[in-house]
Design a protein around this ligand. Structure first.
Ligand code: NAD
Ligand code: UDP
Length: 333
């Protein structure tokens, strides 16, 4: 079974590629390296001791996609490729809509043409907007607060319309909560070049001495300690969710969405304290104003994914904090 992984050099794509190869799937990766490095390909090969083809290029490039589908017998696609920074999407919405939506349309058109009608799509918990209650179920109303979230929502709707038009399609929409952590080898992980926007990459850069102090965005939310609560999920658990989704779409047609989260909410202070404890480092912080657009709390009800995909997360918040730091320590050696 051969899987095309778009965005396979990125954070989640690289970890999922490792799990696919370890489970005996063949893979082909396409990535334009707009937010990743080519060396990740070698890292995936080092971890798995398996070989695969890599096409450096853009998913918007329909000629390249045709070539990939002609040169390989692709059974299904996992579509990670896309831009993901909320703030940047507010600054440059056209770039976000062009990249995220155009690439998906090009991909789906070629898949339709070659009759490869099985796709797993990376969506996000951001499609729930500001949820009215917790934990979040897949049936909750959907809304988008920024162009990034809206691009995910639009693509979800495109996929649903596609299935209505042709029920030979088999589509799994995976709504990720907050992926963190890294592969236990320390060989792949998340290492943004710029100053990180997300909590864990920021904390890791403080621990490694690249940044001085964490700004905690508000301690006056209606949460257990006033700081924001999120459902952090280990990237390896998340990757294994994709394997289960692939098994599902290979066997059945349909179009369905699944929450991939742990079901547990941790506050910013929980994360700081756990990170300090498991890594024996100090994370200096100060409380600053709330970040515009942030919600107080967000965590999943992951029971539908367990029921339908036979998947649930097993790694702890301690594992996530340890593995995130281990990757950077290994990288900076
Ligand atoms: P990432 O930026 O690390 O990986 C995305 C990869 O896609 C990168 O390697 C990038 O070079 C590539 N890419 C982007 N546009 C492309 C294009 N047009 N053609 C070819 N390659 C392209 O991001 P990630 O964290 O691995 O996220 C993967 C997917 O999951 C994204 O769609 C993202 O929106 C979604 N997601 C991520 C998170 C998160 O917190 N990381 C949460 C929810 C959803
Ligand atoms: N956060 C913070 N300081 C930072 C980055 C994030 O206090 O430098 C908080 C943020 O307000 C939220 C939580 O950490 O409550 C997770 O933020 P992240 O950006 O990682 O994820 P998202 O908000 O997109 O779920």
């Amino acid at each position: 079974m051969q899987i095309l992984v778009t965005g396979g050099c990125g954070f989640i794509g690289s970890h999922t590629s490792v799990e696919l190869l370890n489970k005996g799937y063949d893979i082909v990766i396409i990535d334009n390296l707009s937010n990743s490095k080519k060396e990740v390909i070698e890292s995936i090969k080092t971890i798995t001791k398996k070989d695969f083809k890599f096409y450096e290029g853009d998913v918007k490039d329909t000629e390249l996609l045709k070539k990939i589908f002609t040169e390989n017998k692709i059974d299904a696609v996992i579509h990670f490729a896309g831009f993901k920074a909320v703030g940047e999407s507010v600054q440059n919405p056209l770039m976000y809509y062009r990249n995220n939506i155009d690439s998906t349309l090009s991909l789906l058109e070629i898949m339709k043409e070659v009759k490869c009608k099985k796709i797993v799509f990376s969506s996000s918990a951001t499609v729930y907007g500001n949820p009215q209650s917790l934990p979040i179920k897949e049936t909750f109303p959907l809304s988008a607060a920024n162009p990034y979230g809206n691009s995910k929502l639009i693509i979800e709707n495109i996929l649903k319309d596609l299935y209505v038009s042709d029920n030979e399609w088999s589509i799994a929409i995976l709504r990720y909560f907050n992926p963190i952590g890294a592969h236990e080898s320390g060989i792949i992980g998340e290492n943004p070049n710029d100053i990180p926007n997300n909590l864990l990459p920021y904390i890791v850069k403080i621990a490694s001495g690249e940044l001085k102090e964490l700004n905690i965005f508000g301690n006056d939310y209606n949460t257990k300690d006033g700081t924001g609560v999120r459902d952090y999920i280990h990237v390896v658990d998340l990757s294994l969710g994709h394997i289960q989704a692939i098994k599902k779409i290979i066997n059945e047609t349909g179009c369905d969405a699944y929450n991939l989260g742990t079901g547990h909410g941790y506050s910013v202070l929980d994360i700081v304290n756990t990170f300090e404890k498991v890594n024996n480092v100090k994370i200096p912080y100060k409380i600053v104003d709330r970040r515009p657009g942030d919600i107080a709390a967000c965590y999943a009800d992951p029971s539908y994914a367990f029921e339908k995909l036979n998947w649930k997360a097993t790694k702890t918040i301690e594992d996530m904090c340890k593995d995130s730091y281990n990757f950077i320590k290994n990288k900076n050696k």
